[in-house]
Design a protein around this ligand. Structure first.
Ligand SMILES: [Zn+2]
Length: 306
């Protein structure tokens, strides 16, 4: 599909979701409200993705959609993905500075220099807050976690598969390299079963994150070569331009080293995560089965609303 045709296909699907009142426009690309039905589909996908990991008896963690700026900086987000980041700014000035801020507002001038970095940033991936919480030595019965929450990535797009604010269900494994890789293999079996059960077409492939710039190209190549990231791609807009709806990642000792996490045997911990893009799965379902859930196949609704 040519870039122009792809853009039309993106806009067409988004307009259909707006017309069916499944997504609620806000005036900003990628920032939408959700209807009760959309949310119910999303929660059904999340429940199924969560249930798929229950056999591992994960420790469940919930976090707000923000992380400390110290974590945001430690995980190198600004270095690797500055184009996507969302540090939170606020006002810390005095009355004089406030008057200047208000003057700039009234004059429709840029007021960013009136604001200061706060101590928080919007969460780019919902597994990020898990790792710093594990600093220290893991107990024998620790190492498997499940979390879900909102993430922010600054990539405004008319493509309804690419939102600025979206949720992920993430399963996390922290332990020895063998434990993490064996765990990932289990998920490589589980993920296709879930996608098949909800009637989505897909293929899997090794992939890389969108590292920024020239240095980033090397990191992308190395991530692919080492097969650290596997994605399950759903062809919502055709086989040539599929969208990743699920990924399984091996971080090696990146977070273990960064946050001082050790295994019960006192070795540096390795980690991996499996992330389901929940809005992406929901939008893919509406694209595949139509915007009227009453018309969806029973085999699919049985999984979403068991
Ligand atoms: Zn993750």
């Amino acid at each position: 599909m040519s870039p122009d045709d792809l853009l039309l296909a993106h806009a067409d699907l988004r307009d259909r979701l707006f017309a069916a009142k499944l997504l609620i426009p806000s005036g900003v690309d990628g920032l939408y409200g959700r209807s009760a039905i959309f949310e119910s589909v999303l929660q059904g996908v999340d429940a199924a993705a969560y249930a798929l990991g229950l056999a591992d008896e994960p420790t469940v963690m919930w976090f707000p959609p923000m992380i400390p700026r110290t974590t945001f900086e430690a995980v190198d987000y600004l270095r690797n993905f500055p184009q996507l980041c969302g540090p939170v700014f606020t006002f810390t000035g005095d009355n004089k500075a406030h008057s200047e801020l208000v003057r700039r507002l009234d004059e429709h001038e840029d007021y960013s220099s009136s604001l200061e970095l706060s101590e928080v940033a919007l969460t780019p991936a919902c597994c990020y807050p898990v790792y710093p919480s594990l600093a220290g030595q893991l107990g024998e019965d620790e190492g498997i976690y499940s979390t879900m929450g909102y993430c922010f990535r600054h990539e405004p797009s008319v493509d309804p598969m690419r939102l600025q604010a979206f949720r992920q269900r993430e399963h996390v494994r922290v332990g020895t390299p063998d434990q993490v890789l064996d765990w990932r293999e289990v998920w490589v079996d589980r993920i296709p079963k879930l996608l098949e059960s909800i009637g989505l077409e897909f293929r899997s492939d090794f992939a890389n994150d969108p590292f920024f710039g020239r240095a980033g190209r090397l990191m992308s190549m190395s991530q692919r070569e080492q097969q650290l990231k596997i994605e399950w791609l759903v062809p919502v807009f055709g086989e040539e331009d599929p969208t990743a709806c699920v990924s399984a990642n091996y971080h090696q000792n990146h977070f273990g080293e960064l946050f001082g996490i050790t295994t019960p045997d006192a070795a540096e911990a390795h980690s991996g995560c499996v992330g389901f893009g929940l809005e992406r799965c929901a939008v893919a379902l509406f694209a595949a089965h139509g915007t009227d859930v009453a018309q969806w196949p029973d085999s699919v609704t049985k999984v979403i609303w068991p």
